[in-house]
Design a protein around this ligand. Structure first.
Ligand code: SDX
Length: 431
């Protein structure tokens, strides 16, 4: 823990309490309230964790006002431009940019873990064909703990390492199999001669009946989408993984919990919800109607792909994603895609509207990712599985960091109880 010379004084009635203040390497100071309940007999109250630091971390830093996102100190726009996903995975996992030999070894290790146990194919066949791929992924990833017993002991560093590699390597295979199963096509095995992103596209779009050549521009755009979604500090799904891990649950169970949380439309499910919203809006002339609905307090409708708990000016990932969207749509000859036209008009209309400026609402990472994925040929149901695939390295890196933290305790929040106080049971004949 950093310098603890600063303190905050909390006064309750006639009593005062000195609470240590820690200064981070970047971001706001934090007040240590761990002893508050034992000293003052009170809880703090922060249901959405808007003002709560739940852990120490050295992995990702976000400055919401500056629109800054750093992975181990490196800005996301530089990583998206100059690095590639597996190198970013190494950086997130080990904390530094690898030498060429280290990267080559890491990529070889991941490549050699991409197949799943053949028996696991039966899991897919137990689902309905029209099951949402996220439901399949939650089930199959959780079931990995029923197969990979030699990498579930969280107290064994080697088993933690193997589990990390297996999850990063197998997630694209599982996501592609979920997709193939949903469209009634045969599974396509991973190929060791393809890089991570090309392999995923091949497993999704190749068919036994003909050769499938992965377009390098699409593979680069896919890799960039993976990189832009790799990690994002203590977001809802990462916090879910940390909380599950704090009980000692095995890595596959923890990641399955993260996938389940990510699925929600307020979180990773927003890319699917955003594209469905753009399709519902249809043409730019209907944008004012939806802007009005988003501003109407009596209408639960929200502009999907807009707003963020932390970013209050712009999401740096959306900026990069927007450039990729233009590249992919031009390549696919759909630069005149009506959905993209509606998206760009909606973005302009929202950014020009005082309501959104005042609420600091602007496109987030999910606003353009869906447009790219649709242009690549993915159905909307595959958008969040791609996000889950990308975020696996972030979940795993944060999981490893928490297990190595000597301060780690089981997460167990308290509550502001608003229910009935003690009362006696009433027999049914007296009610
Ligand atoms: C991701 O945390 C992460 O880092 C997540 C993520 C990651 O990489 O892990 O970045 C990925 O989840 C991105 C966010 C994707 N979700 C969406 O696009 C769904 C639409 N956005 C919202 O639901 C919302 O903006 C959240 C959930 C993203 C953030 O919600 P907050 O921070 O809890 O803010 P809030 O709900 O308290 O809203 C503040 C105000 C409210 O108005 P008031 O009650 O103050 O009058 O802004 C309004 C909201 O009604 N508002 C919106 C809005 N988002 C917030 N109004 C219209 N449209 C929206 N999208």
């Amino acid at each position: 823990m950093s310098d603890t010379s600063k303190t905050a004084t909390l006064t309750i009635g006639d009593s005062s309490y000195e609470l240590p203040i820690y200064t981070p390497t970047a971001g706001p100071d934090v007040i240590d309230i761990r002893k508050l309940y034992s000293q003052a007999g009170v809880f703090t109250y922060d249901p959405g964790f808007t003002s709560t630091a739940a852990c120490d971390s050295t992995i990702t830093f976000i400055d919401g006002d500056k629109g800054e996102l750093l992975h181990r100190g490196y800005p996301i726009d530089q990583l998206a431009e100059k690095s590639h996903y597996l190198e970013v995975c190494f950086l997130l996992l080990y904390g530094y940019l690898p030498k060429a030999s280290e990267l080559e070894q890491f990529e070889r290790t991941i490549t050699q873990h991409t197949m799943i146990h053949e028996q696991m194919h039966n899991f897919f066949r137990g689902f309905r064909r029209d099951a949402h791929p996220m439901a399949t992924m939650v089930g199959v990833v959780g079931a990995m703990s029923a197969f990979y017993h030699d990498s579930t002991d969280i107290n064994n560093p080697l088993e933690r390492e193997i589990a990390s590699h297996r999850l990063i390597a197998k997630m694209p295979t599982i996501a592609a199999m979920a997709y193939k199963y949903s469209i009634g096509q045969p599974f396509v095995y991973p190929r060791n001669d393809l890089d991570y992103a090309a392999n995923f596209l091949h497993m999704c779009f190749a068919v036994p009946a003909e050769q499938y050549q992965v377009d390098p521009i699409l593979a680069r755009a896919m890799d960039r989408i993976f990189t832009l979604h790799a990690d994002h500090e203590q977001n809802a799904s990462t916090s879910t993984v940390r909380l599950a891990s704090s009980s000692g649950a095995n890595p596959f169970a923890c990641i399955a919990a993260g996938i389940a949380c990510l699925w929600g439309p307020a979180h990773g499910g927003a890319n699917q919800a955003c594209l469905e919203m753009l399709k519902e809006i249809g043409t730019p002339d209907r944008i004012p109607e939806y802007i009005a609905r988003a501003k109407d307090k009596n209408d639960p409708f929200r502009l999907m792909g807009f707003g963020h708990r932390v970013y209050k000016n712009f999401d740096p990932r959306a900026t990069v994603m927007k450039q990729s969207a233009d590249e992919v749509l031009e390549l696919m000859g759909v630069e005149n895609n009506p959905i993209l036209a509606t998206a760009k008009e909606l973005e302009q209309a929202a950014l020009a509207d005082p309501y959104f400026a005042e609420k600091k609402l602007f496109p987030n990472v999910d606003f353009y990712s869906g447009i790219i994925l649709e242009a690549m040929g993915f159905p909307t149901s595959m958008f969040t599985p791609v996000f889950a695939l990308s975020r696996t390295v972030g979940w795993i890196s944060q999981w490893k960091e928490q297990l190595a933290d000597p301060q780690m305790k089981i997460g167990r929040p308290r509550q502001l109880y608003q229910g009935e106080t003690m009362r006696d049971y009433v027999d049914i004949e007296k009610r």
